[in-house]
Design a binder for this molecule. Structure first.
Ligand code: HEM
Length: 294
């Protein structure tokens, strides 16, 4: 199997930088810019993960796969919707020092600026003890150890093996309305307790909680994904840059349909009453071998 980009699994960073680009111009120029960015990544002391939208990846590596790579399509629920803002190049820089992360993000930007138009430029951070800005611990049910690779990577024998499908969405929270709820009610929105992230059980777990909508099993297979989201923002706007890796994008589709009330059971995730996505894109984070072959 191809070797995954190690930054996907590098945990514990305190600082994140997320960059999304539209890429235009001759394909050889795009390939050269991507190679330059990969050179920056290889020399950097912080983690860098590079992923591609379908159009750019298919231009750079025609026929290489993976088979299920396609642009993000907007989801239009009855009340809430998830917009599609598909772009061409995604770069995630993360590490322990703000200055090193920013230096690397700036170097990457210089490498791709001749072909890439910066469309998203967000800094992510650790909020208290790994909480989302709603105040709930984010990542409790994330796969651990070897289960991370099983959830995140295209398996051996498939086109693009060792790479990962990626979903990114910038979510903007309405913290005033969330905080207006009692803690007990907030816990019913998420499906876990607030202080210590214990999953609600039995009658205490609402069917429209976030955990009820995203803890999905299809034909006996648990649709796990590996989440690497980070809180983002300032006083005027804040939320979550949702970032997840999966072996098959159907896992993203099913969770999103269940969240936005378009899965056919008439239920939507209560969390979307307090936060809304303002971007949405699918990407492919190729294995190191596939990157080297560009
Ligand atoms: C505003 C955006 C979001 C926030 C604040 C948020 C927050 C959380 C929190 C607090 C948990 C419970 C603790 C944990 O297990 O991590 C959780 C679980 C989870 N979330 Fe989200 N999330 C958001 C969006 C999404 C999206 C867009 C997806 C998928 C497309 C997703 C998928 C999941 C999954 C798979 C779990 C674990 C469910 C389980 O197996 O128990 N989340 N999220």
């Amino acid at each position: 199997m191809g070797t995954p980009q190690s930054g996907i699994f590098g945990e514990g960073a305190s600082f994140h930088h997320f960059l999304e680009y539209d890429v235009s111009g001759p394909q050889k120029d795009a390939a050269a810019a991507v190679q330059a960015a990969l050179g920056v990544a290889a020399a950097s002391k912080v983690n860098v993960v590079v992923a591609f939208g379908p159009a750019l990846w298919n231009a750079l590596r025609p026929g290489a796969g993976p088979d299920e790579l396609r642009p993000f399509a907007s989801i239009d629920g009855d009340v809430h919707s998830a917009p599609a803002t598909q772009r061409d190049l995604f770069v995630w820089v993360h590490g322990d020092a703000h200055d090193d992360v920013l230096d690397t993000a700036l170097d990457i930007h210089r490498a791709v600026a001749s072909v890439g138009t910066l469309a998203l430029d967000e800094r992510g951070f650790v909020y208290h003890d790994l909480r989302d800005m709603t105040g709930f611990i984010d990542g409790t049910a994330n796969p651990k150890g070897d289960d991370r690779a099983t959830a995140a990577l295209v398996p051996e024998g498939r086109a693009g093996a060792g790479g990962a499908y990626v979903l990114t969405q910038k979510w903007v929270h309405d913290l005033d309305s969330f905080r207006a709820l009692s803690v007990r009610e907030q816990e019913r929105v998420i499906g876990r307790t607030k202080p210590d992230s214990v999953e609600l059980t039995g009658d205490a777990m609402p069917p429209d909680s976030h955990v009820s909508r995203t803890d999905v099993k299809v034909d006996g297979v648990a649709y796990k994904m590996y989440r690497r989201s980070a809180p983002i923002g300032t006083v005027s706007e804040h939320g979550l840059y949702f970032l997840a890796f999966a072996c098959d994008p159907i896992r993203f589709d099913v969770s999103l349909q269940r969240m936005f009330g378009t899965s056919g059971d008439g239920v939507h995730d209560r969390l979307i009453e307090f936060s809304k996505p303002v971007t949405g894109a699918y990407w492919f984070a190729p294995s190191r071998e596939d990157l080297a072959a560009i």
